[in-house]
Ligand binder design. Sequence first.
Ligand code: GLY
Length: 584
Amino acid sequence: MSKLSVDGSLRALRRITADGFVRARLLNGRLFLASIFVFVAMSSSAADAPARAAIASAHPLATEAGYRILQHGGNAFDAAVTVAAVLAVVEPYSAGLGGGGFWLLHRASDRKQIMVDARETAPAAITLSMYVDNAGVPVPGATLRGGKAAGIPGVPAGMAHLAQRYGKLTMRQLLAPAIKLARDGFNIDSRFANVVKLREAMLRGGINTARIFLDHDKAPPQGHLLRQPELAATLERLAEQGHDGFYRGAVAESLVSGVNAAGGVWQASDLAEYKVVERPPVRFSYRGATIVSAALPSSGGVTLAQTLNILESYNVADARDPANAHLVVEALRRAFQDRLRYLGDSDFVKVPVEKLVDKSYALSRAASIDPNLATTLDPLAITPLAAVVESYNTTHYSVIDADGNRVGATLSINSWFGAGLIAGDTGVLLNNEIDDFSLGADLPNLYRLLGSKANAIAPRKRPLSSMSPTFVEDRKGVLVIGAPGGSRIISMVLFGIIDYLNQDRVDLLSIVTAPRYHHQCWPDVVEIEPGSFSDAWRASLESKGHQVRANNRKWGNMQIVFKSNSDGSAQAASDPRGFDLGGY
Ligand code: GLY
């Protein structure tokens, strides 16, 4: 690690320059604090060497803690543990110890690339009948709220695995910043206050959520000091005892009894037997670059590979050009159709991954695209659920250190505040990731995603995810990219890849700020961000038979870092939508 460059970042961090704020204001018309660290990472004043390490996360406190770990001799994997732990405290409504996720790793010393799968597992006693009645009608809310909704968390196991297998510092050192923030408290930012306000009724009716997140039963204002002493104690056990501090003993007992008192069917063995799995990532080439992305049980890598393989037949430099947008939508339509038909946890079902990501298969899929007309794909028979309030949540962060170690991590408790359940005295907010399973071919989930038997509920199975931490390696360098946002993660990362590869001179901010659209086969609608596409753009797609619908909010909170091949310099960028709540 180059001491000079990381020190340089920290010197800049201490200054937190007015310049950073001014540039953020100019670019976005508002302060967006997460991006202070864009300018930290890019700091290259006369006194400072260009940064060689970069971190982008959804919260400045998490980014800052990660930089300090690098300064104190940690590597990217150490920093990744610290960032995850701090996010669990300061952004608990998105991800945390009660959730799961995927860490995509690149170790510079031997170029090992691996995905640490810390996705939640279904408890051993799960049955479909807990969620669907005899007539095949979903039990309202069963996959979304309370004990039935929660899968066995994987994030604590993932953190312990990363530290033990790849890091240099101790769990005690890595978790210290999170423990301090949980115990002493931190002032909630406007985003936190807004999310709590939006979910005030849910938190009031949740289990142990009001006493932690509300103030005298009301949503607290920005600046409120939030202390989470119970979460601090659980983090301390994890710091002292590692994996077993969470999955065995007092914390595990409290989790099991808390979840089961709320309708769940957890057993001590579900926690004791939880294991992360190291999986080879999905790797493919696109226009001369190598793309490395999440493997099953995330659909991210396979769906990205299929979409980009189809697009490789065309020259799609600008994905927002209306003629190209038609092709992108058609490629997404085909890839998402295969997602719903074939994808699930490959430890439980046979998934034809090699065939799906094969270039010749993509050619055959591309052959059915009419350049002038939207395709009608025969959708499965659909029984739409009642309209849902969209709450696409999750968190992503990206880390690259001076040695070139990299981490892309996407972690989640699913929707805002997950299952609305904090188990016992653990301070751990549990996920509602069971909703990512398919309850039946005609029953879409929260993200309006359909699935097949491949993603059906089964004991100890992992639900299919869209989380897509991704590396893009080309002659310029390496980009680490990812975002929260349910099924839209895949289209967001897709645009990030296309935009990056279209740049001769890397401009990260343009990648995270560029307008977004999305299509996922069903519903057969091209969703667009409001105010981002012209009437002529819409008309062009509509003339080809697409239904175009502006969403009520923008979406995403992309966090990216880049390291240059030519001089080893690193930079980071955070999505300004992170402070706008977005539609996720
Ligand atoms: N819970 C959202 C996802 O995993 O895609």
